[in-house]
Design a protein around this ligand. Structure first.
Ligand code: GZL
Length: 318
């Protein structure tokens, strides 16, 4: 006959079991990625996949090929599969309220990585982890201000290759750059168009810029290295020297940029760290365990001028 103490111990163990099994079972994270448009994105996806394996997180990963409707579909499929947590890098800032309300109604927490969203109700996501794109734009402009101060000239005509239209990095990098170059009226953006963060489109738009001969182009400001590398090809095919006839400033700090700087074809790259995987997995575990987390977590990043490229290249992790 089981005594009272044994019965109570058995009951306590039975009651604790669900919580213990929940902690023991591997966490399932549904991730919707923008696409595979750039070296940065490739490194970002690799970091997330490797970190999930390392952290024992079951990762469901979908590539949206830069289409918002594919990201909405992926998030809805994760809700239907009842994952523990959803994370995504939103291709554009707007249009997320409905699907994020569905995730909230399903009781699934959402983490934003890399890019931010504009939503009416900020409680629709738990936290954002990524870069400060406005500051990246300011850093690019500060480098140019310093260089312009040393080179006496009447005006410096800038052409700008913007990232994906409506994306947080494109909007913010433009805003930060324009805010700082206002300090020197000689610096004028004469043409600005989206190169969609890709090498191919960056080359195509730069070709079009070069064909318009009404104003000389002195500087290219590219919102990412891939578009800058595409533009370098266009500049060379036009018989000009990239990095010399046209000063080139870009953002990301991918390996291709360091190689271009070493070859004297790119003048500076502002780092934007894609290696968010480990922090994302740690954050996912804290969010699922209902621990309090910061609403916005940004990463520290540097500026790499061509002078340091050769020395830095071996240390680069992406
Ligand atoms: C920035 C990221 C941008 C990169 C591009 O965090 O969203 O998207 O700058 C990438 O290279 O395509």
């Amino acid at each position: 006959m089981m005594n009272r103490i044994a019965r109570r111990t058995l009951l306590a163990a039975a009651l604790a079991l669900p919580a213990l099994t929940a902690l023991a079972a591997p966490l399932t994270l549904g991730f919707s990625q923008v696409g595979a448009e750039s070296e940065w994105r490739t490194a970002n996806s690799a970091s997330i996949k490797a970190a999930a394996k390392e952290a024992g997180v079951t990762l469901k990963f979908a590539d949206a090929q830069q289409k918002q409707e594919n990201q909405v579909k992926a998030i809805r499929s994760y809700i239907a599969q009842k994952v523990d947590v959803i994370a995504f890098s939103p291709v554009v800032e707007s249009g997320w309220d409905t699907v994020l309300k569905e995730a909230k109604a399903a009781g699934i927490p959402v983490i934003l990585t890399d890019r931010a969203v504009k939503v009416a109700d900020e409680s629709l996501y738990v936290t954002f982890i990524g870069s400060d794109f406005v500051e990246e734009g300011r850093k690019a402009a500060r480098w140019l201000l310093e260089r312009a101060a040393k080179t006496p000239s009447a005006a410096l005509n800038i052409v700008e290759l913007q990232g994906t239209v409506g994306s947080a990095p494109a909007l913010d990098r433009k805003r930060g750059f324009e805010e700082v170059i206002k300090a020197n009226p000689k610096l004028q953006i004469i043409r600005s168009q989206s190169g969609e963060f890709t090498r191919a489109k960056g080359k195509e738009v730069m070709e079009a810029f070069l064909k318009q001969r009404d104003k000389k182009i002195d500087v290219l400001y590219a919102h990412n290295d891939d578009m800058a590398i595409g533009a370098i090809q266009a500049i060379e095919e036009a018989g000009l020297k990239p990095g010399v006839d046209i000063v080139i400033i870009s953002i990301d700090g991918v390996r291709g940029a360091f190689e271009a700087m070493k070859a004297g074809k790119l003048n500076v790259t502002v780092e934007c760290n894609p290696l968010l995987g480990p922090q994302l997995m740690a954050l996912a575990k804290e969010v699922v365990a209902k621990k309090a987390v910061e609403k916005r977590i940004t990463v520290n990043e540097g500026v790499f001028p061509a002078e340091v490229a050769a020395k830095e290249l071996p240390n680069r992790k992406y």
